[in-house]
Design a protein around this ligand. Structure first.
Ligand code: MEV
Length: 444
């Protein structure tokens, strides 16, 4: 492909034309496919174009609802944006399963966010450490105008620490700050504070007579929030007497509970299983995070780091069968907001929050964690009973049929046929070939 300059300045249609000419043998069809997804309402399209850069179209994702999700005795219909079949169905099924067993419970354990100024400094650490409280005051003063609104809402900067990191790198220190960002995810707020801290540090060193020579100079490497927020933590759980689980598919309650708890134990100890297990949790989590206009990459990155906090990557969820009780829970850090960012801009993110009853950030954290737990319960329940393919393949079959542009009649015939046969891409193709050949034969 040829290099291009000035791409970002080109109008959208020209960008599309350029890529079509560069990669497609049928540029007109290529352009038409992308244009099909341009929003008919110009102002909505402009909004979407402005979320990102160099846009040539919109990429649609299915938006579904998982109804009947009882959390702390309140019923929700949870919006989920996800392209994978079976996920919304599994969450809905799990919600229904727990509905008459007390529903899901959730609680916030902590809501602290973290940011760091990474800097290099050649000087006497003890000297700096002894007067750090003075610098801290200075940093709080210098950020007062940035933090005013947040303080009025009950949040702001909670603490700033000076951390000696010379065991990792020569002359390396951090200003490690904790924040309460109330109902916003807070990335911009935190980063603005950090960049101001860096300037305060540099000015303060220059001004203070006790620092001399190279001590006057701190090299700021970078200022950035950390997406690892182990102290922005929520717990979601379900529990009931083992007997109340009833028959689960063809397993009696104690057998199901036993197999389920073993599956969790395996995911706690085997990295290969843990990764797939946690992927199932994020099927639920990401879908709600996306639907509410939050940053799913941040939530995922954080969750996976948290899963490794013992030094080995492990299951995020846990299960116990003590005292005749089945208890299944998930502790997970989730940094999300219900104000600011895309939550206010994306028309459907706003509607998602409306569907959830306009929760604050803490309530949303609980809803998201519960959806992850529901998803995980649904997946592991299938795995230890019928196997995952039974439910999965039913949905998958419809996707494959869509791929082959099956007619309604063919879909009905295929669904009937695969009630007793194993679904595979090849098996579906062969069946359709046969049905279509029979049809031609019949017409002759
Ligand atoms: C598929 O998207 C997710 C599962 O693999 C999760 C799991 O294995 O627990 C079904």
């Amino acid at each position: 492909m040829q290099s291009i300059s000035g791409f970002s300045k080109m109008p959208k249609a020209k960008k599309l034309e350029w890529i079509a000419q560069a990669v497609s043998e049928t540029p007109e069809n290529f352009i038409a496919d992308f244009k099909k997804f341009w929003h008919q309402d110009e102002s909505t399209q402009k909004l979407f174009d402005e979320f990102s850069e160099n846009t040539i179209s919109n990429y649609y994702m299915p938006y579904g609802l998982a109804p009947n999700v009882m959390i702390n005795d309140k019923r929700y219909a949870v919006p989920m944006v996800i392209e994978e079949s079976s996920v919304v169905a599994a969450a809905s099924k799990a919600a229904k399963f727990w509905q008459d067993k007390g529903g899901f419970k959730a609680k916030i354990i902590a809501t602290k966010k973290i940011g760091q100024v990474h800097f290099l400094w050649k000087g006497d650490f003890n000297k700096l450490y002894c007067v750090f409280d003075e610098l801290k005051e200075r940093m709080l003063d210098d950020t007062a105008s940035i933090t005013k609104n947040m303080r009025e809402r009950g949040g702001g900067i909670l603490d700033i620490e000076l951390v000696d990191k010379r065991d990792l790198e020569p002359d390396y220190y951090q200003l490690k700050a904790t924040f309460d960002t109330c109902d916003s995810m807070g990335a911009n707020f935190i980063n603005s504070c950090l960049e101001t801290f860096a300037k305060s540090l540099q000015n303060w060193l220059m001004e203070k007579d006790m620092f001399v020579g190279e001590e006057k100079d701190a090299t700021i490497i970078m200022c950035i929030l950390s997406n690892y927020t182990p102290e922005c933590l929520v717990r979601a759980w379900v529990e009931c007497p083992i007997e109340d689980l009833g028959m689960v598919e063809d397993l009696d309650a104690p057998t199901f509970a036993f197999k389920f708890s073993r599956a969790i134990e395996i995911a706690k100890n085997d990295v290969y299983r843990a990764t797939t297990h946690n992927k199932g949790i994020f099927n639920g989590i990401d879908a709600v995070v996306l639907a509410t206009g939050n940053d799913f990459r941040a939530v995922e990155a954080c969750g996976h780091t948290y899963a490794s906090r013992s030094g080995q990557y492990r299951s995020l969820s846990d299960c116990s069968l003590e005292g005749g009780k089945f208890k299944f829970w998930l502790d997970i850090p989730i940094a999300v907001g219900t104000v600011g960012g895309l939550t206010a801009l994306h028309p459907l993110a706003k509607r998602s929050l409306e569907i959830l009853g306009n929760p604050n950030a803490e309530e949303l954290m609980q809803i998201i964690a519960v959806t992850g737990l529901a998803q995980n319960f649904g997946a592991v329940k299938s795995l230890v009973t019928t196997g995952i393919q039974k439910g999965h393949m039913k949905m998958h079959l419809l996707n494959i049929l869509r791929n082959f542009e099956a007619t309604e009649k063919e879909v009905a015939q295929a669904v009937e046929h695969f009630k007793t046969e194993v679904v595979s891409f090849t098996a579906v193709r062969e069946l359709l070939e046969k049905l279509r050949a029979d049809q031609i034969q019949y017409k002759k």
